[in-house]
Write a protein that binds this ligand. Structure first.
Ligand SMILES: C[S@@+](CC[C@H](N)C(=O)[O-])C[C@H]1O[C@@H](n2cnc3c(N)ncnc32)[C@H](O)[C@@H]1O
Length: 386
């Protein structure tokens, strides 16, 4: 059943101007009419001066962004509501509202409310380290991408770690973020949405699989997420138009993590976060020494190489330790931290690096060489950075 359009738009207006607004998108067009921009997005942010709403209009591929205080927001919202958009999607503290204008010029409205104890926190400032979900587990985004509970926790933990190192918002352009080995874009979209609370962000998800990239591209069109695109390419081969500021890789398979790290170093990315998975590189090299995996190593390492499971764990650890040191050797302050409780994933190491350009500690290169020599390996990342 349609509702009078004016009444429904008045409800949208209240939500857009209310303190509970999280995000809204206006898109599409009414019959026989054309809005001045194909899509407009509003996001509530909290900056040091207080609450603001960032309004981003998409014109072709060039976004026009304004950050408005409460007074400036009123005429901006009234102007947007006067535009002949075909759809409004509003996410607010109480739930979501979906408005579609029918061919008869009526409003079809779908309202869903959020349980009181699921209410999301107010938009957080970039420095807000309160222990709360970055994106609440019931954020509609997770449903849209189809993320299960474990992936929601991983992604939320990743956003928490990202907060610690994300560079300042550039003054004259969007922050550029790339997610290498993005898969189904759980992290890509969550990071994009999370970082967009601080200012404009351009995010690219890269994956070798064309089916997931096609799905992700369709998805962002459907949910009206702006500023994100997806590319079919390999992490190590993809070349951006402009160097990314932030490089992410969540469980990029095996040496795809090394490709992501090497690309980040080559681009001079300011922050790099990679949670590796399936470490096969060093295992392959050690196991290839048929019969000599143990004997070929020094006495100190033999106890840890004898049994398969211990050998795997040692080599997993060695892989990530060497990756961290190689990043340090290339001017990155790096630490390895726990991503999330192991009950949610055994792949719970996160390498986190910030470019400082500082010289590496004396003797570090020799330590890396000594570890490689003791294990009889040459890490893929060392080759890629050579
Ligand atoms: C385990 S999935 C993780 C996906 C996603 N980051 C997540 O956490 O849900 C690994 C993804 O890396 C992609 N991949 C593997 N090797 C790659 C490479 N060399 N370059 C780009 N993507 C790669 C795979 O296609 C797959 O989608």
């Amino acid at each position: 059943m349609g509702e009078p359009l004016a009444t429904a738009l008045a409800e949208v207006r209240d939500l857009l101007l209310g303190d509970g607004l999280l995000r809204a998108v206006a898109a599409g067009r009414r019959r026989g009419a054309q809005p001045s921009a194909p899509r407009v997005e509003l996001r509530a942010v909290t900056v040091s001066a207080g609450r603001r709403v960032v309004v981003t209009e998409r014109h072709e591929r060039v976004p026009l962004t304004r950050t408005l205080d409460a007074a400036a927001l009123v005429p901006a919202v009234d102007a947007l509501l006067a535009e002949p958009f075909g759809n409004w999607h509003v996410e607010h503290a109480g739930g979501t509202l979906q408005l579609r204008v029918t061919k008869r010029g009526e409003a079809q409205v779908h309202r869903s409310s959020r349980a009181a104890d699921d209410a999301p926190a107010a938009p957080a400032a970039s420095h807000d380290r309160a222990k709360q979900h970055r994106l609440p587990p019931d954020d509609p985004l997770f449903d849209a991408v189809g993320a299960g509970a474990a992936k929601r926790r991983q992604v939320d933990a990743f956003l928490g770690r990202l907060d610690d190192v994300v560079p300042a918002q550039p003054a004259d352009r969007p922050l550029r973020v790339v997610d290498l080995g993005c898969g189904n874009a759980y992290l890509t979209l969550a990071a994009h949405r999370w970082l967009s609370r601080r200012g404009p962000v351009e995010t690219v998800g890269v994956d070798v699989r064309d089916d997931v990239i096609a799905r992700n591209t369709e998805l962002v069109g459907r949910i009206g997420e702006t500023g994100v695109r997806f590319v079919v390419d390999s992490a190590g081969r993809w070349e951006p138009d402009a160097a990314p500021d932030v490089v992410l890789a969540l469980h990029a398979c095996d040496t795809a993590t090394d490709e992501a790290l090497a690309q980040a170093v080559g681009w001079g990315a300011r922050a790099v976060l990679a949670a590796p998975c399936c470490h096969k590189d060093l295992r392959r090299q050690v196991d290839a020494r048929a019969g000599h995996a143990v004997d070929g190593a020094g006495a100190a390492l033999r106890p840890m190489l004898r049994d398969g499971i211990l050998r795997s764990r040692l080599l997993d650890t060695a892989t990530d330790a060497l990756r961290a040191d190689l990043l340090r050797l290339h001017g990155y302050r790096t630490d390895a931290v726990e991503l999330v409780d192991p009950e949610h994933t055994p792949r719970n190491t996160l390498l986190r690096a910030v470019r400082t350009g500082a010289a590496a500690p004396a003797g570090l290169a020799e330590e890396v060489e000594a570890t490689c020599a003791a294990l009889g390996v040459r890490p893929r990342l060392a080759d890629l950075l050579a």
